[in-house]
Design a protein around this ligand. Structure first.
Ligand code: Z5A
Length: 214
């Protein structure tokens, strides 16, 4: 696969969607073929699974059912969008991927990480992002941003302790994989955060380009 697979991760409300949109515009202006996508979702079938997952009326959903639905959505997404896009040489920008499963279903729902990783390998054929931008923001600000958006989905309705575990889970992942996961403080203005991300992504694409020239 010749493209670049870049994922954005972070607690709900950290600003991923805002920043992904700006980054996609920036990279397109620079001449890159960019595909912007998200999880759960990204294909018609995966979007149907997304609706099931986020519907607040499914409060009975078991943690294992939840994990398997995220994986099913991902399997279709990789097969239909991410894999073919990478094969065409595109830059795939994806709002959440497997790190979210490790954190939400692992660190927060307490399912076993090794089991999640094994099912994820099955779902993705072992695909791992080339670069992951982790947006982190202090808990008070995150709660404020979540609440300012009004209506809450099934996951957003979880207790504060759940969201605290999510935030810590992401920080632990970043500490364990510093080469792939780059931490960006998301407390600053939208422009400041965008500039920090552009610096990291351009450096990554430059290094990748050099490797391919060799
Ligand atoms: N999930 C899971 O459990 N397991 C998995 O494997 C996967 C996902 C893949 C998806 O919901 C849910 O699924 C998610 C994790 C779980 N649940 N939670 N909670 P989603 O896709 O609907 O939600 P999200 O991924 O969490 O994204 P979001 O809600 O769209 O938030 P965001 O993308 O991080 O933030 P935003 O929409 O760009 O910004 C939030 C608000 O803050 C908005 O009003 C902005 O205008 C404002 N904002 C953004 N940046 C700034 C700055 N810099 N300053 C001030 N205000 C800002």
């Amino acid at each position: 696969m010749t493209g670049s697979f870049i994922t954005f991760e972070g607690p709900d409300g950290a600003g991923k969607t805002t920043q992904l949109t700006l980054l996609a515009e920036h990279l397109r202006r620079r001449g890159h073929a960019v595909r912007l996508t998200r999880e759960p979702g990204g294909t018609p079938l995966s979007d149907k699974i997304r609706s099931l997952l986020l519907d607040p009326s499914h409060s009975e959903m078991d943690a294992r059912t939840e994990a398997l639905l995220y994986m099913a959505s991902r399997a279709q997404h990789v097969a239909e969008v991410i894999g073919p896009g990478l094969a065409r040489g595109e830059v795939i920008l994806c709002d959440r991927f497997a790190d979210s499963t490790v954190v939400y279903q692992g660190a927060a729902r307490r399912l076993a990480k090794q089991e999640l990783l094994a099912i994820n390998r099955f779902a993705t054929g072992g695909l791992i992002p080339d670069l992951t931008i982790l947006l982190d923001c202090d808990a008070v600000r995150l709660t404020g941003r979540r609440k300012s958006r009004g209506g809450q989905d099934r996951i957003e309705r979880e207790a504060e302790a759940f969201h605290d575990n999510v935030r810590q889970g992401f920080l632990d992942l970043a500490a364990a994989e510093p080469e792939r996961i780059k931490l960006v403080a998301a407390e600053g203005s939208v422009t400041d955060v965008h500039n920090a991300i552009v610096k990291l992504v351009e450096e990554f694409l430059r290094r990748r380009g050099k490797r391919e020239d060799q």
